[in-house]
Ligand binder design. Structure first.
Ligand SMILES: [Zn+2]
Length: 491
């Protein structure tokens, strides 16, 4: 091909030299994060992990008959272990090691605070008490079971204990997008409109619960729970009107992530519902009869000897990603060099740590006895963890799962060291990360551009990019909003 057939700013990526390493994966993740942060973009989230046929993936080694039943319980336990308003992620998995005990592994992205381990142990103990009281009462009734006073009292104390621990996190969530939510026009709507009802509930929560109730003030705790339940019901009715795509969608156009916000506001009451349902579930009865232990995993971190610093080093990182699909894309050097200079303006951290869900995956994998492979996490996994899970499962033929990914890249992020076939997992994870990112980044130009010499930089690549990017993932499943708590008002 003559040299002038390609516009001056385009160049083919060099072919890959050797298999991509764990460092390549880390540096590419850091590069993606820099671009995403600057441009305020992220990849679409993946809420539920599905197989090639679109069926939900099923965790292995379930200790109960239904392999999907324990997923919301583990997600709830992990979420209710978060006490800090920001920056804390918790992952939890369970293992029935013997006939008499269940081990709950818990990890964070650093060390697990002692208070978190103690809280997990207290939640498990309290769930066992509720379950036992519920069964005893059930044995005396021949028809439908109505929880007695003792069971209700124990349930309430489980619920209050959990809210007490994670109150600050919930408060941060409700305030996170309060302003755009309250700015939605509503004066023309009747009081009975689902949006107005939801708005009244959320405003009430914000004004009434600036601080959590005193621990001994049972009445205050009871009204907080009732208020949360009312908000949950109002939200559910509102979401059923399909606000973002329905007939009234123009009203909400300035706050397109309204549904995501409402899911966050209701996450506390939904997770409490999952725990309470587990205490009454016949599937979980045998599990809660066993001894339940919390085992915390230590921090896993390292200091990287060298990281990309100069524009040339960042350019090499960007070029390598395109080398994964060398026949499909060219480098747009104008964009890549500009972005490489931007990346070199600030250093990336050299202290990096393994994220919590990966630590748990490896701890389960190293274990000799097979354990349930669903890992509950307090939030959706990041882009790096999502690629790692997919690569690990592919190489080891395992079924480790979390509830999904929000699509955002986080750095610092450490690829773990010293596990079986780690080089093959790093190679696969890198390719998965690059294959998903390359079509969305405007520094890479699809080869088809060569056939359209008049095309400008905004055409082919830009269309793909816009279709694949959005600020928030509004496709989250709303199943969680159906969670329901028992009548706390009876107590
Ligand atoms: Zn992660």
């Amino acid at each position: 091909m003559p040299a002038n057939a390609i516009p001056a700013e385009l160049r083919k990526a060099k072919p890959l030299e050797g298999a991509p390493s764990s460092s390549d994966f880390q540096f590419l993740l850091a590069a993606i994060q820099k671009v995403e942060q600057r441009d305020k973009i992220q990849a679409p989230g993946r809420r539920v992990q599905v197989d090639d046929e679109g069926q939900p993936q099923v965790p292995a080694n379930s200790p109960i008959g239904n392999p999907l039943r324990l997923r919301p319980v583990l997600d709830a336990l992990a979420s209710l272990c978060v006490s800090k308003p920001r920056g804390e992620v918790v992952a939890i998995a369970m293992e029935c090691a013997a006939d008499t005990s269940v081990t709950f592994r818990v990890a964070t992205n650093s060390e697990v605070p002692t208070a978190t381990v103690n809280h997990l142990q207290s939640m498990l103990r309290k769930m066992q008490e509720v379950s036992s009281s519920y069964r005893k009462n059930k044995a005396t009734q021949s028809h439908e079971v109505t929880p007695d006073q003792q069971t209700m009292g124990l349930t309430n104390s489980l619920v209050y204990m959990c809210i007490d621990f994670s109150f600050e996190k919930w408060k941060k969530r409700i305030h996170s997008k309060l302003e755009p939510f309250l700015s939605i026009p509503h004066n023309d709507l009747p009081k009975a409109h689902p949006f107005v009802k939801t708005r009244v509930c959320i405003r009430g929560l914000v004004h009434l619960y600036k601080n959590k109730p005193q621990f001994s003030d049972q009445e205050e705790w009871r009204s907080l729970v009732i208020h949360l339940q009312d908000t949950q019901k109002a939200t559910q009715a509102f979401i059923e009107t399909k606000p973002v795509v329905g007939a009234e969608s123009r009203r909400y156009e300035k706050f397109p992530s309204i549904e995501t916000y409402l899911i966050k506001v209701n996450s506390l009451i939904n997770h409490l519902g999952a725990l309470v349902r587990a205490t009454r579930s016949p599937h979980c009865e045998a599990l809660l009869n066993k001894q339940c232990w919390a085992k915390h995993l230590p921090s896993m971190s390292t200091k990287v000897a060298a990281v990309p610093n100069t524009p040339e080093e960042w350019e090499a990182v960007l070029e390598k990603a395109a080398s994964v699909q060398p026949t499909d894309y060219d480098l747009d050097l104008n964009v890549i060099r500009g972005d490489s200079r931007f990346m070199a303006q600030s250093d990336i951290p050299r202290d990096i740590s393994v994220h919590c869900e990966i630590k748990i995956l490896l701890d389960i994998f190293r274990n000799e006895s097979p354990a349930y492979t669903y890992i509950g996490v307090s939030k959706l996994s990041c882009r790096g963890c999502h690629a790692f899970f997919a690569a690990f499962n592919n190489i080891h033929d395992t079924h480790f799962l979390t509830r999904g990914s929000h699509g955002k890249s986080y750095f610092p992020w450490q690829f773990p060291l010293n596990f079986p076939k780690s080089n093959a997992v790093a190679d696969k994870a890198y390719r998965l990360l690059a294959e998903r990112w390359v079509p969305t980044y405007h520094g890479y130009r699809p080869r088809m551009v060569h056939l359209q010499p008049d095309s400008t930089a905004g055409s082919g690549a830009q269309e793909i990019e816009l279709g694949d990017r959005r600020e928030d993932d509004n496709t989250l499943s709303l199943e969680v909003l159906t969670a329901d708590l028992p009548e706390t008002g009876n107590h």
